[in-house]
Write a protein that binds this ligand. Structure first.
Ligand SMILES: [Zn+2]
Length: 489
């Protein structure tokens, strides 16, 4: 048997998984405990905050959303317990799972922040009952499978960190604080329970220990993750690929899938048919074809409200872009009435744009990204929005705008059709295997250790915490538990 210790959790965009190693230990196991029967797991909290801060913060707090704590620290603890109990009810292990947790200052600036980071505190290979001989397993899973606690007494199996400064300081997304209620009513705040569920999943094994930037295995050994992470163009898993091939696949859009039976059998019950934008019409020219889109959380789902009409841009800025953040001018309203409006991302919420183009008579809205990158969804909630919306990449937006240059005032000759693609689920490859997160610019600790942002519905293990997450880890609400089942839970 072999063990190793990864070091401090690494941070991703919104949350991260550990991957790097600081010290190595090769340990022999002295004795084994027999497993008898199966029942839910026990999760123990190891408070790693110093007195007076984090989970021990004595700042008075008013009870919120079913969280009766009267101090900030108590409320954080209650939220932790609530999330841990959800996981404990879904797992089976004879060995109690210890989570070392702390609120600490993590990376942030005025507009973005790391919410949390977590991962296994130790990895183990070639232990008794290991389903696959060779790869690293996270210590909590190895303990479950072997019926032996490989950690030293009291040592945590999982280390989790949460941002203590989030929303509380001018240099850390001021105003965007953790919501400490237990009732899924985070609104515009960040739901701490959802964040906890996400980070605990990383620690249970929702991560590779292989370096996603260099492709290097941890101490020359693949992770159990790497036996399920498959390059869907070559049909080879990470464990079989070279480091250079792993690096290339990690930044290939829609290039990596999860090849595990529990996840794949569950995708049809969890995901919706993929939405697609098709451009045609007499003036489409080189812009004709299918475009990948991200779905909106507001308005009717595209599968229930397909729409086809002339595509017309909103132009309300001096530089030729259209933000649609205020009611449309007469000229813009004339352009989008009875048509599908093309607007640009930025400055205001998506629902504000949708309200404005809907008020002007548009039948649908397409938002072109203002930043480079892959397609992603559009958050927001507004029950007054009755038109379908979709988001496209900046590059695709530029391609469409080029084709729209010769339009008339009320028609463009480009016909946009928003509909669902019956051959594909939103977030899977053509074999209905879940796509993994592979942004074209590597996001260390986030790339490959999350599900794709293309999933609809939104999933717990996407790289960001979406506002519509429920506290669910199983189908038909989520795919996190099936993935953990694939690796041995
Ligand atoms: Zn994460």
């Amino acid at each position: 048997m072999t063990t190793a210790k990864p070091h401090a959790p690494r941070a991703g965009l919104a949350a991260g998984a550990i991957a790097r190693i600081a010290a190595v230990a090769l340990l022999a196991v002295a004795g084994f405990v027999a497993i008898n029967g199966a029942h839910a797991a026990t999760i123990e909290f190891v408070n790693q905050n110093a007195p007076g801060v984090g989970f021990n913060d004595p700042t008075p707090a008013l009870p919120v959303g079913g969280n009766p704590g009267t101090t900030l620290g108590e409320q954080r603890l209650n939220a932790f317990r609530f999330a841990a109990d959800i996981w404990a009810a879904h797992l089976v292990s004879e060995v109690p799972i210890r989570i070392g947790a702390a609120f600490l200052p993590l990376d942030c600036n005025a507009t973005g922040a790391v919410l949390g980071a977590a991962g296994a505190n130790q990895v183990v290979a070639n232990f008794p009952n290991a389903p696959i001989v060779g790869p690293w397993y996270p210590t909590a899973l190895a303990a479950k499978l072997a019926g032996v606690d490989f950690a030293a007494p009291g040592d945590p199996h999982i280390v989790a960190r949460f941002n203590s400064r989030l929303g509380l300081f001018p240099d850390c997304v001021p105003g965007l604080t953790f919501y400490l209620g237990l009732d899924r009513r985070a609104g515009d705040q960040i739901d701490l329970v959802a964040t906890l569920l996400h980070e605990i999943a990383h620690g249970l094994g929702f991560q590779t220990f292989t370096d996603d930037e260099t492709g290097a295995f941890l101490l020359a050994r693949p992770s159990v993750w790497d036996f399920y992470l498959i390059d869907n163009r070559r049909e080879r898993v990470w464990a079989q690929m070279t480091a250079a091939e792993r690096v290339a696949s990690a930044v290939t859009w829609r290039g990596l899938s999860w090849n595990g039976p529990f996840v794949t059998m569950s995708t049809p019950s969890v995901l919706s048919p993929a939405s697609v934008l098709t451009i045609g019409g007499a003036s489409a020219g080189a812009a004709a074809g299918d475009y990948a889109v991200g779905d909106a959380s507001f308005g009717p789902p595209i599968r229930n409200a397909p729409v086809s009409a002339q595509l017309m841009p909103v132009i309300d800025q001096a530089n030729g872009t259209g933000l649609a953040c205020s009611p449309l001018s007469a000229v813009n309203a004339l352009a989008v009435r009875g048509n599908i409006a093309l607007v640009d991302r930025g400055t205001c919420d998506y629902v504000v744009k949708a309200r404005n183009v809907q008020a002007a008579g548009a039948l649908g809205m397409i938002v072109a990204d203002s930043q480079p990158g892959e397609v992603a969804g559009m958050p927001g909630l507004d029950t007054s929005i009755a038109i379908p919306s979709a988001r496209i990449t900046r590059a695709d937006g530029q391609r469409l705008k080029l084709a729209l240059q010769n339009r008339a005032r009320t028609r463009s000759g480009l016909v946009a059709r928003l509909q669902s693609d019956p051959t594909r689920l939103a977030g899977t490859d053509s074999r209905r295997r879940m796509l993994m997160y592979t942004p074209s610019v590597n996001a260390p600790g986030s790339s490959v250790s999350h599900f794709t942002t293309e999933a609809t519905r939104n999933l717990l293990m996407e790289p960001s915490i979406n506002s519509d997450l429920r506290y669910v880890v199983t189908p038909p609400g989520d795919l996190t538990l099936p993935l953990l089942g694939d690796i041995g839970w």
